[in-house]
Design a protein around this ligand. Structure first.
Ligand code: SF4
Ligand code: SF4
Length: 369
């Protein structure tokens, strides 16, 4: 119910973000993004803690209907509350840090790969890595995947995403046993499958998703789409001051080359001879870590900029290191997506960055964008 003379404030976990054409309120507790008009953004920021009667007086007699609509929306979506003493509810601390030199890693596997998984996992562990994405592009026996994952059993990794090619040589039961054995696998995607489907095994086990899409190269990565937004406190706060994909990321490509991400041009040595910690310290390795969306053309005006995963490997203008990701069709100046932003069955490789992003099994976002 609307109240005339009691101030209104947003819940601390509901953060307004202004965009060029419209804004959002990011509900970091429920993992929801609510697009809102810029007028409502102004009401909940500049007008924070004001009463409805005060706001009517500020915006004039013609504002009554719109203000009523705004507050009805805020209450219906449980985004804030009437509060006699707003000063008793300080803003959330939006600083971000990670207790390790690396937070997430990608390891690619192709026909030519000869990775020492035991060594890689031990080194990532020592660097404080919490999330791993293993992307297998070429046919691989299930036993080799099991052996690779076996090295993670005693590690401090919290989440592991696996992208793996379909094969007629293993059965559903063998896949079920693998998922059961490796409970830290939070996402299992089987590509090049005869059909798209989802296989559920025991209650609580990670479901296995199958897609007919062929994922045989690192260049499949970098798609930007509303379904891939990461709406968590960790992802949001990191994106405010650092790159939402590349920050604290370390990758080993299919040839063993150590890069920030497998699609970035520069190698910092081969993992067969160069310790990951040494590559991390090399000049240039962290070049893109601090590039936040606020520094990227177009993205800086986008209302999704703190929940969207960036890409610095595939750029709209390759000559400009601060240009918008090439694989985003969203236009924040018209608030519209391109006709076909992402193929229906697209596979998102790697854009997952911090542990929170890797941890999500399904898109944790409801957005009418
Ligand atoms: S989304 Fe991230 S990991 Fe993927 S290509 Fe772009 S920068 Fe690399
Ligand atoms: S314009 Fe930038 S911030 Fe907005 S959705 Fe596209 S890539 Fe993300």
């Amino acid at each position: 119910m609307l109240q005339e003379h009691t101030p209104f404030i947003l819940f601390a976990n509901c953060i307004p973000v202004r965009g060029a054409r419209r804004s959002t309120i990011c509900d970091l507790q429920r993992g929801l993004v609510h697009p809102i008009p810029n007028g409502l953004h102004e009401v909940v920021t500049a007008g924070r803690g004001r009463t409805l009667a005060e706001l009517r007086a500020i915006y004039g007699p013609g504002s009554a209907e719109v203000l009523e609509e705004y507050f009805t929306f805020l209450l219906a979506n449980d985004l804030g509350f009437w509060c006699a003493d707003p000063s008793a509810y300080p803003d959330l601390d939006l600083s971000w840090d990670h207790p390790g030199r690396v937070s997430n890693a990608i390891v690619d596997v192709g026909t030519e790969s000869d990775h020492d998984f035991g060594s890689l996992v031990r080194q990532l562990d020592a660097l404080g890595c919490r999330a791993l994405q293993l992307r297998v592009f070429a046919p691989w026996p299930l036993g080799r995947l099991d052996a690779a994952l076996g090295h993670t059993l005693g590690s401090r990794l919290r989440t592991i995403e696996v992208i793996f090619p379909w094969s007629a040589e293993w059965t559903a039961q063998e896949m079920s046993d693998l998922v059961f054995k490796h409970q830290r696998v939070s996402s299992m995607l089987v590509h090049s499958a005869p059909e798209g489907r989802t296989q559920e095994f025991r209650p609580g086990d990670t479901p296995v998703h199958y897609t007919p899409q062929v994922v045989d190269h690192h260049s499949h990565c970098g798609q930007v789409h509303v379904g891939y937004f990461a709406v968590t406190l960790g992802a949001f706060t990191e994106a405010r001051g650092a790159n939402s994909c590349l920050n604290r990321k370390l990758s080993v490509d299919a040839h063993g080359e150590i890069r920030n991400c497998p699609s970035m041009p520069r190698s910092f040595g081969n993992a067969a001879t160069v310790p990951l910690a040494a590559a991390l310290e090399a000049d240039g390795f962290r070049e893109h870590w601090g590039v936040s969306k606020d520094q990227v053309a177009t993205c800086r005006d986008c209302e999704f900029r703190y929940v969207c995963t960036d890409c610095r490997a595939w750029l709209r203008d390759p000559a400009d290191a601060r240009s918008k990701p090439a694989r985003c069709s969203y236009d924040p100046y018209t608030a519209t997506w391109g006709a076909d932003p992402v193929p229906a069955a697209v596979v998102q490789l790697a854009a997952s960055a911090p542990a929170e992003r890797v941890a999500r099994r399904e898109p944790a976002v409801a957005c009418v964008g």
